[in-house]
Design a protein around this ligand. Sequence first.
Ligand code: ARG
Ligand code: ZN
Length: 863
Amino acid sequence: ITFLRSEYKAPAFTIQTVDLDIALNPSKTMVVNRMMIQRAAGQIGQSLVLHGEEQELISVRVNGEIVRGYELTPHSLTIHNLPDQFELSITSANIPEKNTSLMGLYVSNGNFFTQCEAEGFRKITYFLDRPDVMATYQVTLRAIKKDFPVLLSNGNLIKEEELPNGWHSAVWQDPFPKPSYLFALVAGKLQSIERTIKSQSGKDKLLQVWVEAKDLDKTEHAMDSLIASIKWDEQRFGLELDLDRFMIVAVGDFNMGAMENKGLNIFNTKFVLANPETASDVDYSNIESVVAHEYFHNWTGNRVTCRDWFQLSLKEGLTVFRDQEFSADQMGSASGKAVKRIEDVRLLRQVQFPEDAGPMAHPIRPDSYQEINNFYTVTVYEKGAEIIRMQQTLLGREGFRKGMDLYFKRHDGQAVTCDDFVSAMSDANQKDLTEFKRWYSQAGTPRVKVEESFAGNTYQVKLTQSCPATPGQDTKEPFHIPLLYKILGTESSSDSSKASNEQLFELTQTSQTITVEGLKQKPTLSINRNFSAPIVLDFEQSESDLLTLLRQDEDAFNRWEAAQKLFMRSILNGATLTSDLLNTLKEILLDGQLDPAFKDLIFTLPAESYLYEQVKVIDPQAIHQSRRKLRHQLAHHLQEAWLWAYEHHQTPGKFNPDAMSAGKRSLKNLALHMLSESGHAGAGDFALKQYENANNMTERYGALAVMVNFASAHAAKCLQHFHQTFQSDALVIDKWFALQATRQSDLSNPRSVLKDVLALRQHPDFSLKNPNRARSLIHAFCMNNPGAFHQPEAASYEFWAKHVIELNQINPQVAARLARGLDRWKQFAPNYQVHMKSALELIAKQDNLSSDVAEVIEKALNS
Ligand code: ARG
Ligand code: ZN
């Protein structure tokens, strides 16, 4: 079935209160759901159609009377002849221990957890499981006390009681009306760390992080991140925590990153647990941003929620934007902010640009879907955040804040649309955003062609925009594109004040021209500064202009971008780097004033998935080898500078995860990699010593990765040592699998990685049931190691197909994510395409395909 945005209908009934009584038992959980329901105005005669799946319906009562004349299907319960206002009580049962989809109520390591977004609540009870039905909840949880001593749900704890036969109960009340997707419960053997803080208005707030007892020593960073997030939202947006109590719970089996259930955020352990020995700097920074993201949802998502799931970006794009801004502010320096921006743009280009150009392309507010779980995408999230960022760029920070204030003033407590958000921005600033709204409705990455001319002291930049066709959208209207730009090298201008500042140009038509007069020579253009718009720039800028930008642009993003462009040209044209470029790069690497994290990014080559988007026909091995050749040149020509970088970026003493120390470690790891690549005689020893002496995961993992990637004689021994040292820590064992699945292929033996992966697949620690573990090996190899995965033969594509099929039976969401791996098959060279097509067809012909996998494969094959 395809769901259409245009077919939205307000619900025929509303639910005011929900009283849940849940007797938890892994093999049979009983749910009594008592609701006060009202017929909506003008809905005379309608029957009530509730969603419900994978439960056993036991009884239905209306105002206390048993009802028998209902209609039951595998997905719904319909009740006829209802009064205008009534109490509906439904008793049903489900089997949490058999729930491997990890949606609804499930068991992980003996404890109970829920995941209800988007449509999981309907697996727990019959309900109007849609976000525009908002009710207040009271929840009674019952369980055997010795097995499930902790019982948590949303809101405030009202009462705890001992019950006969070793059972106990807890009653929770959430004062804020919420949609069902924000419901949560947790029960089991967990412990917490606690902090009490005062909020802006002076109220005490109890904060807790709940984990298994063995992980208590890994909770401090999450707690610190939560406190920092609370403070930041007060300061930047004047938004205060509205509950007396806020809980974070970690679970080892989880489909996504985390979930913003009201007052009871549930997290993948990967985004909570950290100590220096087990978590890398990247983990530390991901934890900070995911904790912030979920906390920020309390206002953008929970207090103001989505009318329907087509509006998902209303909360996700906005909340990603907020967490990006938070993380940037936590970096503590201007260069740190730029580093954060570059990292965000890299992700967008590596994953979202290909999505926008492939068979699953959709606007940030999609018009249709078959399975909503497939639309928790980088487009809805990361491109969605870019659309919010552009509004801030157009309105200014203060104007944007005014818009946010008006949005909450108008819509607090409501379920609204993306239109409502833009209206608040527009009305608060008296700015017409009608054309801007095309970013919400049109898919595809716009391209802006830049053509410069200089004649008779006049400099002109002609900008022409276009956007490729996407499924269902053959032609596009022009986008409203905010371009930050600056003209460098205008010292010779007769009026030097004229063009020397950064300016904002609003490109709204197909073609427009920027003109600067009175210049003595052709200047250098720095455009789309700080990546002010999520577009592709078609700009044949000369190498000398790019070198000027790389040396002097004070916009750090465009400095970085200049190097990326030069690298990209070299990779795609197979040209060697000029000595001018190499000298400039060497100066940058040796510049003691520059932020090490920024240097690390300068030397991080464009990802293969982004390079694929630059060519008509993808030859993955050609791109892979050309990229490796470039890296070899950088390693070889700058060998001495790498040695200097390796020696001068130590972080002695107690581990500190701050941005500066993390930047030094990442540059040091890159230097070690480059020294190995250059064949430096000492590199092997450096790696072994670094591995042995490391007091933190970043350095230990970095050293191990170098040994494994360059087939050091110590690699096998250290891999084994690593496994043994961390065998009881699931998240570190995930890293152990991922490292081997993503290692670079031997140029002489391209199939060797697949061979290793097949062996690891049989390892006793491997399981497809745990999403993190499945992703650490299968997704890592198929999606994060293009140079090893893409071979002109059937083997790895068959491996991929086989795992999509197997995972489809266990967990459709994890399977559908993997199924996206061959999205771009049509763009590959024929000798790859044939094998990709057979693999896709192998999946398509299975019966029992989940709607999740079916939608992805069908769209790929029909593209
Ligand atoms: N709202 C969550 C977040 O962005 C993601 C939940 C997605 N869950 C799902 N089953 N698709 O933090
Ligand atoms: Zn979110």
